[in-house]
Design a protein around this ligand. Structure first.
Ligand code: FES
Length: 170
């Protein structure tokens, strides 16, 4: 590594981990707080980058395999980056009966996504399915980031996409 590169990496790495260090300090680097630590790290990055998980493991004195094991065990942890706008479509029983599959098909078709490709190349949208969100009376339910949208139709879900696209063009 050249001196210039070394200097650059010394300069950027601490910045990259500043927020993680704050979170670790908040939990007093207590290994028994691994799950809440990972939750806050994920809120920061929107997923758990591998190098950050390694950093957390080292900081807590845990083997990296233990941190990866926890991250893969809980479905709400994401190991791959997600789009800025996350659509979560409920596929619980009530939503399924009331047409969630058609909503999913509509959304994936509009965004060029599939079962094997959940995030758009521009990292703007991710589409996921989730189990019952506890709002069955509003089925079918779609959550866009933290906003819950009930009684959804294909037209309404497309309108949400268009709204985001317009907002992003502003
Ligand atoms: S099944 Fe969708 S909110 Fe319960």
């Amino acid at each position: 590594m050249s001196e210039a590169t070394a200097t650059k990496s010394r300069g950027t790495e601490p910045r990259r981990f500043v927020k993680v260090i704050e979170i670790l300090d908040k939990y007093e680097r207590n290994p028994s707080k691994l799950v809440p630590i990972l939750q806050e790290v994920q809120e920061e990055y929107r997923y758990l980058p591998e190098e950050v998980m390694t950093f957390v493991a080292t900081s807590l004195g845990l083997p990296p395999s233990r941190v990866y094991g926890v991250a893969t065990f809980y479905s709400h942890f994401a190991l791959a980056p997600k789009g800025k706008y996350l659509f979560r479509l409920c596929d619980g029983t009530a939503c399924h009966v009331r047409g969630s599959t058609a909503l999913l098909d509509t959304l994936r078709k509009r965004l060029g996504l599939s079962e094997n490709k959940a995030t758009t190349d521009d990292m703007l949208f991710t589409v996921e399915t989730v189990s019952c969100l506890g709002a069955c009376g509003l089925a079918p339910v779609v959550v866009l980031n933290d906003e819950v949208h009930g009684l959804m139709t294909s037209d309404k879900v497309l309108a949400l996409v268009e709204g985001v696209m317009q907002q992003e063009q502003m």
